[in-house]
Design a protein around this ligand. Structure first.
Ligand SMILES: Cc1cc2nc3c(=O)[nH]c(=O)nc-3n(C[C@H](O)[C@H](O)[C@H](O)COP(=O)(O)OP(=O)(O)OC[C@H]3O[C@@H](n4cnc5c(N)ncnc54)[C@H](O)[C@@H]3O)c2cc1C
Length: 397
């Protein structure tokens, strides 16, 4: 079988298929596996709280089962416990005064998501077992201690956590390396897929910049930012709307443990801080980190950033986030290293995040499309990739 794209989606799929006895060829244009968005993202393992602008709860319902299954499936795939990568505390969701969701609606939404979590049989399987999901409203004193009071109007503690994605990516790379049934074709750009007599049934072949590979019984397209180009070239239906956004964030290591809470500034084009281990942090400010955006079938090519510009963006992310999450500023004397990294976000939606009607405020239309022996996967979110990958393996078994 061929798996196209060695992000968390392709790597998980390849491992599940190989462990069921299939021989898998895994293609990626990068020099290593999990080199893209799957290495350098925030690693929030979604329970649904982020999508308060989708009060239908469709997004929360779509993301919840994959988020609850993430830990067990990832540990099965990488062969070790992932606890060292899990953020230390539950997330705080703090509402910006320009949030597209007001305090009352947000309160109702967080309570409704908590009810979904509480009713779910797998809730004890989450990164940190959930006994009771009820959101807890932060006192004004808690808010004043860590946030700018002229910007933040309310806050809630919810039982959501994140994983340090670089740590996880290294474990995936080792697992792929150790799997004799997976043949990695790295530094290889996929340009097309051919089926028998123009139909997408086996034997299938994969066209790359190196030549033609195959035959394969099945092909899985997990190319993320490169996925639509291939689907379109095969004449497959595309979503009504979509967008590609290239996002950068700051990954910071400190010289000592710091007390900054993991916090999401909700809901709109704001930022987040994640405190994974006390010394490894993720800082983002959405408008600063968004360096390329497009609505064409192919993702635009992000412009190259020089060292000066990277340093400027890094400084701006810290300054803008620190102006709202003021406790971030306490970290600055203890920064040992900081790097700017990120990747593509593909979404079957578009529109500015400061518009409540933007379809980017939903992630319910994600998942697996099968045509003959060709499977195309919109991962949607890092947090559901292992869960979707198991479904792809079940489908092709
Ligand atoms: C800044 C940021 C923060 C995020 N935060 C979160 C979060 O907190 N929680 C969450 O769940 N999700 C988050 N995401 C989204 C998450 O990162 C993605 O949903 C997930 O990583 C996608 O995984 P993937 O394997 O599909 O894609 P990728 O990891 O991008 O893998 C796709 C692979 O395909 C390869 N490729 C593409 N085209 C070609 C081609 N033509 N030929 C060969 N190879 C090709 C690429 O090199 C890449 O390695 C975030 C994303 C970003 C950028």
């Amino acid at each position: 079988m061929a798996v196209l794209g060695a992000g968390i989606m392709g790597a998980s799929t390849a491992l599940f298929l190989a462990r069921r006895g299939a021989r898998v060829t895994l293609f990626d244009r990068a020099a290593t596996v999990l080199a893209g968005a799957s290495r350098s993202n925030e690693g929030k393992i979604h329970l649904g709280y982020l999508y308060a602008a989708d009060p239908s709860l469709d997004t929360a319902r779509r993301l919840l089962p994959g988020g609850l299954a993430f830990k067990a499936l990832t540990e099965e795939l990488v062969g070790c416990a992932i606890d060292p990568a899990v953020s230390r505390d539950d997330d705080l969701y703090v509402l910006h005064r320009a949030s597209v969701v007001g305090v009352d609606d947000a309160t109702r939404y967080y309570e409704a998501v908590s009810a979904l979590v509480d009713q779910h049989a797998e809730r004890a399987e989450y990164l940190s077992p959930i006994r009771e999901a009820r959101p807890r409203r932060l006192s004004q004193r808690d808010l004043d201690a860590g946030f700018d009071s002229s910007t933040i109007v309310a806050g809630f503690r919810v039982p959501e956590r994140s994983v340090a994605t670089e740590w996880v990516a290294d474990r995936f790379a080792a697992a792929i390396d150790a799997e004799p049934r997976i043949d990695c074709r790295l530094r290889t750009t996929v340009t097309g897929v051919r089926g028998a007599a123009e139909r997408l049934v086996h034997p299938l072949q994969v066209e790359t910049d190196e030549g033609v590979d195959g035959p394969f019984d099945a092909v899985v397209n997990a190319l993320w930012d490169g996925r639509l180009v291939l689907d379109a070239s095969l004449g497959l239906p595309l979503p009504k709307t979509w967008s590609h956004r290239f996002r950068l964030s700051a990954f910071v290591r400190t010289t000592r443990d710091v007390e900054v809470p993991s916090a999401v500034v909700a809901t709109g084009p704001f930022g987040d801080v994640k405190n994974y281990t006390g010394r490894d942090l993720y800082l983002s400010w959405y408008p600063t980190g968004l360096v390329a955006e497009g609505n064409a079938i192919a993702a635009p090519v992000p412009r190259a950033l020089g060292e000066d510009e990277r340093a400027r963006l890094l400084g701006e992310i810290v300054a803008r986030l620190g102006a709202v999450v003021t406790s971030v500023r306490d970290v600055l004397p203890y920064v040992a290293s900081a790097r700017l990294a990120g990747g593509w976000v593909y979404a079957a939606g578009r529109g500015p995040l400061d518009d409540r009607a933007s379809t980017l405020h939903r992630r319910d239309r994600v998942g697996i499309e099968r045509t003959g022996d060709y499977v195309s996967v919109d991962t949607g979110k890092y947090s559901i990739a292992p869960w979707l990958a198991r479904q792809v393996a079940d489908l092709l078994a």
